[in-house]
Design a protein around this ligand. Structure first.
Ligand code: GRF
Length: 219
């Protein structure tokens, strides 16, 4: 196993509590974990996840979308920080901004998201309310590669969680979150150790050709 400094460098993008960030930090403490959490990026200055990162000694950048005129300039700032910290993989962990297709394509095959449902069921927001309203007896969570369409990319791993007869959103969310904390570190380990490869489609290849110099190390 390579020394800690040689492991692929991962940025975790957050907007809130950062409990998934914590699960990645904890997993990455294991000497044989194949990735290093090298940067936490938050678009919200008060996100509790920032404290988690500080406690773990991980560099934090706060980049508020409110400081930018449009999505592209916000993302240019994100890209600059990712390049500055030589990030190779990105984990979205409760990051509440929609990313443009160009940005997503630039990171195709290297960016993961976690979503609290068994995708393709219940995309978007208010996921647990959607599941309860639909009356499903099993819900769960999904880690997937990020593609331009929301909550839609290739699925890496899922965990199923029973919906109990008297469940409400909070109780269901809590039990699903516990499973999120189990599967996200597993998925990142697979990705960072080169076990997941997805071929670029034409649009992705074109975006890389146009914008590839923005990414460091280059793709
Ligand atoms: C999680 O439920 C995750 O699936 C969703 O947002 C929530 C983030 O929670 N995308 P946390 O900030 O990791 O605690």
């Amino acid at each position: 196993m390579s020394a800690a400094g040689n492991k692929p460098r991962v940025a975790v993008l957050i907007s809130g509590s950062g409990s998934n960030l914590q699960s990645l930090i904890d997993a990455a403490h294991a000497p044989n974990y194949p990735a290093e959490i090298a940067l936490v990026l938050s678009n919200v200055a008060t996100a509790y996840g920032i404290e988690r990162a500080n406690k773990a000694g991980i560099p934090v950048k706060v980049i508020s979308h409110n400081d930018f005129a449009d999505r592209s300039s916000f993302e240019a700032a994100l890209a600059a920080s990712l390049a500055e910290f030589k990030i190779e993989y990105v984990c979205l962990a409760g990051f509440m901004r929609i990313l443009t297709a160009d940005f997503v394509r630039l990171w195709a095959g290297r960016m993961l998201n976690i979503h609290p449902s068994l995708l393709p069921a219940f995309k978007g927001r208010n996921v647990h309310a959607q599941a309860l309203a639909a009356g499903v007896t099993i819900s769960g969570c999904t880690v997937h590669l990020v593609t331009p369409e929301l909550d839609d990319g290739p699925i890496i791993v899922q965990a199923a969680v029973p919906v109990l007869p008297d469940d409400d959103e909070a109780h269901l969310a809590k039990r699903i979150l516990a499973e999120e904390h189990r599967i996200y570190p597993q998925a990142l380990a697979w990705l960072a150790s080169g076990r997941i490869n997805v071929a670029d489609d034409d649009k992705t290849a074109q975006a890389r050709a146009r914008l590839g110099s923005l990414i460091n190390p280059p793709v």
